[in-house]
Design a protein around this ligand. Structure first.
Ligand code: ME8
Length: 636
């Protein structure tokens, strides 16, 4: 059997964060699991490098787009091994083979009559890099980016997505596993109840040159999705590579819900138009959040996975992410939650089971796997539980329910710990008459540990490796072979156990990371004054020039003005300046705003940002720039 598993290719307008790491760890764990099942697996990830966002990010960094994408793509590529993620292929949309494939596909679909040229006026969201329909807006804003989309009228190429709407509905209805979990399948089917608009797939080169030129019209480049989605084909050598033959029909994509529509609607219809079968499965997960807010680079509330691994250990991070998120639903990140998992599930439950068992075998059985005697009821129950665990684990891993697969393993860990308490090997060891019984107990314990090591491997590869080493085991073989009860050979030596997981103390970790900052030579100046922030911290602020186009007093407040600020989209900002300015004084002023603050409600009005002002004694003066500039200009 073959497996082809992919992650989204991530935009290189920012560095990898926990959200990207989660998707990629999921794909890595699944690919390791399928390999363990004996499949021939290909796992692909990569970076998405064209488009306006990237040009903007490069400009902000003061380098060329090419220099910029090379640098950030490398950060992604180098982050993955730190998390023991091992992709077979890392694709970049600036790879020449990808560019060629996209152009071939554009030509093919154009020749078939599914691409046409037209004029279009629509509401364009820069954040999504696509036109939004009126229906998608919430309070006239893009619900993901909280910005008012810009009305744009221009000539472009369009893909006749609507031609394939009925086919897509039938396909989703006939294939319940095509989009999972079910809530997302239902969401897509409900969206498909309305007629599908055709998809704008180009940008004029007058607006954007950082893209793939149309093969039949060099005044245009492809628009982000028609370029990006095709990576899944390029990476396996479409159209005539042997790997394409082997892997396309089993393709499984993992994404978060933010890019459901492009993957569930654009992509299958594009494939149909190319004359290809759709991918096999789309697995959709929820968001990692900080508090109530999605972790995202545009909001700046991100956690860096490489730093997390340095604090907690790689396997603790992998375990936490796979265990704490129910695949499909949102989940909250806090360092306290990682530490709690590490201390309870890893150090206490698994770590203790492992070290207690091996220490006792060393002490009471000469450090060798003993020959078991006849099992009693309690022994057979443990063996049955282990067999049931393997079956449940397989079912849940196949189903992308990683948290349930882990629960099944930890049920067995709990049972084995209880088995030690009930059988009390240290008591048995007191009387040589019990040696047969003691050997049976040890054999059952060690065999349970062996099975746990086998199934833990895709989730925590390093931990499994340590367990295999201590148990002196052969790890070659498929899950079916390795998971047979009774494979452990009596007489084999077990090694003195290394501790699997340290117990973590969050306060201690915080102190250590503060110390590390204080003692790093290039940071000494900074650490002398804790009020100073780093340039990286400063860069997180999105400062813009905003033009106040309307202002009114906030009801029942002496202090607050409700401002409508153009920057360049219009947004509402509540400012505490009413004691210093009348509404009519501020209209027309250009001010400096912080554009990426989390929205907050003030006296019942939702404020999207903050206006900067200077306080001089009792006076408060709004900030501004010395010349009139375009609203939305970046302040740096
Ligand atoms: O959308 N929680 O790239 P992107 C969970 N280039 N997962 C998260 C997350 C969060 N808070 N934030 C991001 C793009 N992700 C396009 C994709 S594919 C042909 C083109 C993960 O860098 C999740 O996998 O914005 C999400 O779908 C993806 O990053 C979006 O990455």
């Amino acid at each position: 059997m073959n497996t082809y598993i992919t992650t989204p290719i991530f935009y290189v307008n920012a560095q990898p964060h926990l959200g990207h790491a989660y998707t990629t760890i999921v794909a890595d764990a699944y690919s390791r699991y399928k390999r363990l099942c004996g499949n021939d697996v290909r796992f692909q990830t990569g970076t998405d490098e064209h488009g306006e966002k990237i040009v903007q990010a490069a400009q902000d960094a003061g380098v060329s787009p090419k220099e910029y994408v090379d640098k950030i793509s490398t950060l992604f590529r180098e982050a993955w091994p730190v998390l023991t993620i091992k992709p077979d292929n890392f694709i970049r949309t600036t790879d020449s083979s990808h560019v060629r494939t996209v152009q071939d596909i554009l030509q093919k679909v154009y020749d078939r009559g599914d691409i046409y040229f037209d004029e279009y006026t629509g509401l364009y969201c820069k954040g999504c890099e696509r036109f939004l329909t009126e229906k998608e807006l919430v309070d006239d804003k893009c619900p993901d980016h909280l910005t008012v989309p810009e009305e744009i009228c221009e000539q472009n190429y369009f893909f006749r997505m609507g031609n394939y709407q009925q086919w897509l509905i039938d396909h989703i209805q006939n294939n319940p596993e095509f989009i999972t979990p079910e809530r997302y399948r239902n969401e897509v089917l409900s969206f498909l109840k309305e007629p599908l608009e055709d998809l704008c797939i180009s940008r004029p080169t007058s607006r954007l040159t950082w893209g793939i030129p149309f093969p039949f019209d060099d005044r245009f480049v492809t628009y982000v999705w028609f370029d990006a989605l095709i990576n899944y084909l390029t990476g396996i050598g479409y159209p005539d590579g042997a790997e394409f033959e082997k892997y396309w029909q089993v393709a499984e994509h993992v994404i978060a819900k933010d890019i459901l529509k492009p993957h569930a609607i654009y992509w299958p219809t594009m494939l149909k138009a190319m004359g290809l079968e759709p991918y096999a499965k789309l697995h959709v997960h929820g968001y990692w959040k900080i508090g109530e807010t999605k972790m995202s680079k545009s909001l700046g509330n991100v956690v860096r996975p490489v730093e997390m691994a340095a604090s907690f250990g790689v396997d603790a991070v992998r375990y936490f992410l796979l265990r704490d998120m129910s695949f499909g639903l949102d989940s909250g990140y806090t360092p306290e939650a990682v530490v709690a998992r590490q201390n309870a599930d890893l150090a206490n439950d698994l770590g203790n089971l492992f070290s207690r068992s091996l220490t006792m075998v060393k002490k009471f059985a000469g450090g060798k796997v003993p020959e078991p005697g006849d099992p009693q009821g309690i022994d057979s129950q443990l063996a049955d539980a282990a067999r049931e665990m393997v079956a449940a684990y397989q079912r849940e891993m196949d189903d992308f329910s990683f948290h349930k697969a882990i629960q099944a393993i930890w049920d067995l860990v709990g049972r084995a710990n209880k088995y030690i308490v009930v059988t009390a090997p240290w008591e048995l060891a007191k009387d040589p008459k019990n040696s047969d019984r003691l050997n049976t107990v040890f054999y059952h314990l060690l065999e349970s540990l062996r099975l746990i090591a086998v199934v833990v491997q895709p989730i925590m590869p390093d931990t499994a490796e340590k367990m295999f080493d201590a148990l002196g085991l052969d790890r070659e073989g498929t899950l079916e072979e390795l998971a047979q009860w009774g494979k452990l050979q009596p007489g084999m030596e077990v090694k003195r156990p290394a501790s699997l997981f340290p117990r973590l103390d969050l306060e201690e970790l915080k102190k250590q990371s503060e110390k590390a900052v204080a003692s790093s030579p290039e940071k000494t100046e900074e650490s002398e004054d804790s009020e100073l922030i780093s340039f990286d911290d400063f860069k997180k602020l999105d400062l813009r020039v905003g033009e106040i186009v309307a202002a009114e007093k906030v009801k029942k407040s002496d202090r607050l003005l409700k401002l409508t600020v153009k920057a360049p989209e219009e947004r509402t900002i509540v400012a505490g300046v009413a004691e210093h300015y009348q509404p009519e004084d501020v209209v027309g002023k250009q001010v400096i705003i912080v554009a990426n603050l989390k929205p907050v409600k003030l006296m019942g009005v939702l404020s999207h940002g903050l206006v900067l002002a200077a306080r001089d004694g009792d006076r408060l003066m709004l900030s501004g720039v010395s010349e009139i500039v375009a609203p939305g200009s970046r302040v740096s």
